[in-house]
Design a binder for this molecule. Sequence first.
Ligand SMILES: Cc1cc2nc3c(=O)[nH]c(=O)nc-3n(C[C@H](O)[C@H](O)[C@H](O)COP(=O)(O)OP(=O)(O)OC[C@H]3O[C@@H](n4cnc5c(N)ncnc54)[C@H](O)[C@@H]3O)c2cc1C
Length: 464
Amino acid sequence: MSRVAIVGGGITGLSAAYYLSRAGHACTLLEPAPRLGGVIRTETVDGCVVEGGPDSFIAQKPWALELIRELGLEHDVIGSNDHLRKTYVLRRGRLVPLPDGLYLMVPTAIWPLAMTRLLGFPAKCRMALELLRRPLPDAPDRSVADFVRDHYGEEAVRYLAEPLLAGIYGGDAADLSVASVLPRFVDLERRYGSVTRGVLAARMRPSSNSSSALFLSLKGGMQQLVEALETAINAQVRIVPAAVKRMEAANSGYRLYAGGETLEADQVVLATPAHVAGALLRSLDESLADLLSGIRYHSSITVALGYDRAGFRRPLNGFGFLVPQVERRLLTACTWVGTKFPHRVSENRVLLRCFVGAGQDEGMLARSDESFVAAVREELSRLMGVNEEPLFSRVQRWPRAMAQYTVGHERRLQQINARLVSLPGLHLAGNAYLGIGIPDCVRTAQLAAARIAVGTQVPISSKA
Ligand SMILES: Cc1cc2nc3c(=O)[nH]c(=O)nc-3n(C[C@H](O)[C@H](O)[C@H](O)COP(=O)(O)OP(=O)(O)OC[C@H]3O[C@@H](n4cnc5c(N)ncnc54)[C@H](O)[C@@H]3O)c2cc1C
């Protein structure tokens, strides 16, 4: 059995450690932070489960749920409260509900589209006319904004695609690759011409029509998954509490320098953000290092505010709101946690979880907690009319944590795969490759473990 070093103890590294140790490999996990889990961090404050990072995962992708089942946490799985699912979008300073029947930004029902105040009359006509498009030959990769503008017009970009994707990637629809972020829509365009017709033909159900929950999570928060993994690997995996500073080739694999330790491993799983992997690989392959460092990352900040329910006047009929770039000052989104996951907020509390997109402006992360809380409160007053004093607040900063799949991402992955061929025993996993969500990260860990099991270098590509 191989000696495996896993670099990074976020959900990706922990999942890799779990699958590999279960297969009998001697694993060492290297993680400098005082706690495992990476951006997954849950705190219980005043009877509320407060997520500093991810609060759930999409049910449609199976890998996280499969892992949760294997770990025996199935009974703790909770679903989002989808019968109260309503998301608002800010338009001209007012929160307007997204129309029913949307599959992401694709309208599948005429009446709600006709009635919505989120889009003007010409924009609605433009969106309806999309039904008439004819199939297209393969087109080169484009930005999500260009794709949506081409199909549905500028307002659909501004008030649907941009805010929805900013909520997921903390990124800009003008930069994100449609082939990597919305591959099914590209396929439907090729087959049907009209994405709306394609969505209807494929019976892709809008989230509000689905009988099962769109998002899943764990009763005690996402940290429960981290703790279960920690327990499961505890006996078999050695954890080194240090950052890997340098890597080099060794006789039968790689030598890693971390803290005061020098470690030799036959196989290495780099489960860090791609820019860290790039820095570590520079002495082994300059071009691979450039490709990995070229994957852009955005920073984000979450600000959770807890209120006394008795004094909270604003009704919260929905999951929260999104702020399109054209209307944005600070917030990109806000989740009304008690509606989305009622089990997470005690009866007498209201919990609002706000997202601030810092993009590539790392200087923004240096602002104090007090300044974030004050700025967020001002925004909540302007957008929701919430002027009450919060009972508690929590601010979390996530520097360069959200990978951006910019135009050409798939080609970049192919180039990375080509370079990896000459580095046997080296595996990349994490949110920079096949998807940014927790299920995607678990999948990359599974793929790395499978490659190690069969001794191959299966490429990192969504087409693999
Ligand atoms: C605010 C926020 C909200 C999100 N919401 C959701 C959501 O609701 N649903 C969802 O599915 N996804 C969500 N995501 C995305 C998802 O949480 C992440 O993509 C995923 O958790 C990343 O896991 P990871 O292990 O790959 O990386 P990370 O969690 O970033 O972990 C990487 C680890 O590597 C370690 N490391 C770095 N350098 C070194 C080194 N030199 N040596 C050793 N270790 C090193 C770091 O300390 C860190 O622990 C969210 C992300 C953020 C930031």
